[in-house]
Design a protein around this ligand. Structure first.
Ligand SMILES: [Zn+2]
Length: 281
């Protein structure tokens, strides 16, 4: 995924009158250098995404269409992330989760319904996401993410979303992201509280720099709106990254406290001795 300055995007779009829109794809080639330009947006897509095309133009929408995002987890965070990325028109969403839907999931995992209990979460997610947007590609993997399959699952994704609930899997995903140079958007929730950060390998601290030690295992208390808020922030980061916008949570950890309705960001720093991204790895 190539970066390009957000300002360029807006300058090009705002400089165009509606009658000049046929030059949009030429603009994509100009901005993205060697990046492949896929088929142009068709009429139905222009209509579906018209309210966001007002924000970032057909060039930006094409960027989202060309993108592949891997979502690790179809639970509390994965559900809102996948919903908003599907709605936004991400060209390919890959989602992996080994679990089946349980009654205790339904307070927060908003893709799943009572009739989905005992089904694979990925089957349920695939169905709901295609109901929302049948014009994108969704690939669902009902497997546990592990050392043996993680690289293959992530594949050539432009972006990885950490919507997991164990530190062991998070460390694995972090290593895949760092080694592959693929940005990773982390989110986690507990109770009324949540956190998110965007990890750009080689530029920002990695997940292990920020969280070198796993917390003790527990059955995590959580209210569904916390998952919705943090998952929405992760989806927002994903869209911004894919559009090449500034203002990412890169090098910053966002902390949400829903109990007192406060949100803050704190700077985070690389650990030179980090086993995953440090100089001694
Ligand atoms: Zn690190």
């Amino acid at each position: 995924m190539n970066y390009y300055a957000g300002e360029d995007l807006f300058l090009i779009e705002y400089a165009m009158s509606p009658g000049e829109r046929q030059f949009d794809n030429a603009a994509i080639s100009c901005i993205s250098g060697e990046r492949r330009v896929s088929s142009s947006l068709h009429e139905r897509e222009l209509s579906r995404y018209s309210r966001q095309i007002l924000l970032f133009g057909e060039v930006g929408q094409q960027r989202l269409k060309d993108a592949t995002v891997f979502i690790a987890g179809a639970g509390g965070l994965g559900c809102p992330v996948a919903l908003y990325l599907a709605a936004a028109g991400i060209g390919e969403i890959r989602i992996a989760d080994r679990d089946e839907v349980e009654l205790t999931n339904l307070n927060r995992q908003i893709l799943h319904r009572e009739q989905d209990i005992s089904r694979k979460k990925t089957d349920s997610a695939l169905e709901k996401l295609l109901d929302l947007n049948s014009e994108i590609s969704i690939r669902a993997f009902g497997v546990e993410i592990c050392e043996q399959n993680a690289l293959e699952l992530v594949g050539d994704a432009d972006l990885i979303i950490d919507a997991l609930d164990t530190f062991e899997a998070r460390y694995l995903l972090n290593r895949i992201a760092v080694q592959g140079g693929i940005p990773l958007i982390h989110g986690a929730i507990r109770g009324f509280e949540g956190q998110a950060t965007t990890i750009i390998p080689g530029k920002t601290p990695c997940f292990r720099c920020i969280f070198p030690h796993p917390p003790p295992p527990e059955i995590c208390p959580v209210i569904g709106v916390t998952a919705g808020i943090i998952g929405s922030i992760q989806a927002n980061e994903a869209v911004k990254y894919l559009l090449g916008m500034d203002g990412l949570l890169a090098g910053r950890l966002l902390i949400w406290n829903g109990a007192c309705t406060e949100m803050e960001t704190i700077p985070v720093e690389r650990d030179p001795a980090c086993p995953d991204c440090g100089s001694r790895r």
